[in-house]
Structure formats: structure tokens, C-alpha cells
Design a protein around this ligand. Structure first.
Ligand SMILES: [Zn+2]
Length: 165
């Protein structure tokens, strides 16, 4: 027997207890480096738009589905003939959550707030919300969709901010 009753498992295994959730976690000794490489050639207009300060989504003329961030193919009806539309920058907050138990790849970030907004033209947008006090956020509140560089990696991206009513 390698251990007696009451011995802490972390003395034998790379097992730790998460401070916030109390969950038992196996922390593997190997470090895995994961880097996403995704084809984005069919979304070129989206990135060109962000570079110019414009946000584009796609809309399926066949079934009317709207996608933001844009998809090159309609997941509702299968059409690959989608059109580009500029997305409204004003909308209403449908839901939000402060994320304080973060996935491994987000551990270096402070707690952050994500939200889903319905823009005035019907596009639904999931994005980080930049605000001083997430407790003041309310469902139905007006929000704006803005483009700014992400602090942590200096890449321009979109996020939501509370708007004046
Ligand atoms: Zn469609």
C-alpha cells in the first residue's frame, strides 16, 4: 500500500484542489502547447472591415439567418451563397455573466464579463463587455458594439460597452 487512510492524494498524484470551485483537478506534468490555425480566407472582408472600423456579418438570402461573427456557410440551410451586411452598432443586452472560473488558456486574464446582445438590426452578438462595474449591467440595457485593441495581445477586436439611455 502506497498510502494510509487520510493521506492527501496530492502527495502521491499531481492532483490539486481548485481554490474557487473546490473541484479536484488532475494537473498533468506535461505541458501542452496549443496554437489554433484556422482558415479565414473566406472571411477576409470581416478582417478588412475591422481594420477600417466597420463590422460585417453575413446573412443567408435563402433562409434569412444572420451570423456574427460571420460564417461563410449557412448552418441552418446549408447555402454557401451568403451576403455581407454591416452590423448595427447599437443594441440591447440579453444576458451577461462575470467569468471568474476561467478555462486554462484564460487563466492569465483578470475576471471578465461576457454578454449576448441583440443589435437593432437583429444580429445576435456574443462578446466581452468592457465596463467599470458589471453589477450595474441590466438585461435590456442599451449597449454599443465597439472596436478596440485587446489589451493583452494588441489585436483589434470587437466588444460591447454600456451605452447611455
Ligand atoms: Zn440559410
Amino acid at each position: 500500500m502506497l498510502m494510509s487512510e487520510g493521506t492527501n492524494l496530492s502527495e502521491l498524484f499531481p492532483i490539486m484542489v481548485d481554490d474557487k470551485s473546490g473541484a479536484m483537478l488532475w494537473k498533468d506534468l506535461r505541458t501542452l502547447v496549443l496554437q489554433y490555425v484556422m482558415p479565414v480566407g473566406r472571411l477576409r472582408k470581416f478582417y478588412e472591415g475591422i481594420a477600417r472600423g466597420v463590422l460585417y456579418g453575413t446573412r443567408c438570402p435563402k433562409c434569412g439567418a444572420k451570423y456574427f461573427p460571420p460564417r461563410p456557410d449557412c448552418s441552418r440551410c446549408g447555402s454557401s451563397d451568403l451576403e455581407w451586411i454591416e452590423v448595427s452598432r447599437e443594441g440591447r443586452l440579453l444576458a451577461h455573466a462575470v467569468v471568474n472560473i476561467k478555462p486554462e488558456s484564460y487563466q492569465r486574464y483578470e475576471d471578465y464579463t461576457v454578454g449576448i446582445a441583440e443589435m437593432d438590426d437583429g444580429f445576435k452578438v456574443l462578446a466581452w463587455i468592457r465596463c467599470d462595474d458589471p453589477k450595474k449591467l441590466r438585461r435590456g440595457a442599451r449597449v454599443r458594439l465597439e472596436i478596440a485593441k485587446i489589451r493583452e495581445n494588441d489585436i483589434p477586436f470587437y466588444h460591447l460597452i454600456p451605452a447611455e439611455e
